[in-house]
Design a protein around this ligand. Structure first.
Ligand code: AP5
Length: 212
């Protein structure tokens, strides 16, 4: 089964993808995590992407599609949860092309919607492991301050989790969200969960959505 997680920044896509990976055997394909890895490695791709990501803007569709294509090929044969891709109609079309080439398809898209107020609060509290990418926050605090429970590495605050950058990311999301949601609705592939709820309630809704 292959699924897409849609929704604004900070709505919980990464948290849900990690839940699906841990509890339901999915492989998380997070374009944000992959781009941050490239930036940290100092690769040519990372050098191009880093200033764009810090500003809150989107990296070019072609560049992200290239990363998605190679990772889908790597994960072929496993259940994939796409976290952060596609974000606009051009990316949705690029994804359809990539999947067709790999003889794969998407089963459905889950829209995780949260209010602007929830998002700003959560993103200000978010910390992430520099090594294994585990996400922490108001819902999942680390057992030891600033240290990952899983691999003991230091936690970091993302450069794009500053209030003015969060506002820009949210506005960019709003510009492209509706056509994308309409696209998957029209295909009969759209399911929704309320991202404002507690983590346990959100996970329950997601588990129910994938069971159908
Ligand atoms: P990316 O890393 O994908 O960021 P995003 O889409 O803005 O989403 P976030 O990762 O900020 O939030 P999330 O929904 O995953 O929430 P999370 O689970 O962490 O992208 C970053 C950048 O990379 C982009 O701006 C762009 O530059 C570039 N990029 C990436 N993909 C691209 C693409 N396709 N095209 C072009 N450019 C691209 O949760 C947030 C916090 O809330 C955490 O602290 C968590 O613990 C907490 N939390 C989660 N759920 C709950 C809950 N139910 N209750 C309480 N707290 C909760």
């Amino acid at each position: 089964m292959n699924i897409i997680l849609l929704g604004p920044p900070g709505t919980g896509k990464g948290t849900i993808a990690q839940f699906l990976q841990k509890e339901h055997g999915f492989q998380q394909l997070s374009t944000g995590d992959l781009l941050r890895k490239e930036a940290a490695s100092g690769s040519e791709l990372g050098k191009k992407a880093e200033p764009i990501m810090k500003s809150g803007a989107l990296v070019s569709n072609a560049l992200v599609a290239e990363i998605v294509a190679s990772n889908i090929a790597r994960l072929k044969g496993q259940n994939i949860v796409l976290d952060g891709f596609p974000r606009n109609m051009e990316q949705a079309q690029l994804l359809e092309r990539i999947l067709k080439e790999q003889k794969l398809s998407i089963d459905f898209a889950i829209n995780v919607d949260s209010s602007r107020e929830t998002i700003v609060r959560r993103l200000s509290a978010r910390r992430q492991c520099q090594k294994c990418n585990k996400i922490y926050g108001e819902n999942i605090p680390p057992k030891k301050a600033n240290t990952c429970d899983v691999c003991n590495s230091p936690l970091m605050q993302r450069a794009d989790d500053q209030p003015e950058v969060i506002a820009k990311r949210f506005n960019i999301y709003l510009e492209s969200a509706e056509p994308l949601l309409a696209h998957y609705r029209k295909l009969g592939m759209l399911k929704s969960v309320d991202g404002n709820l507690s983590t346990e309630q959100v996970f329950k809704q997601v588990a129910k959505a994938i069971a159908k």
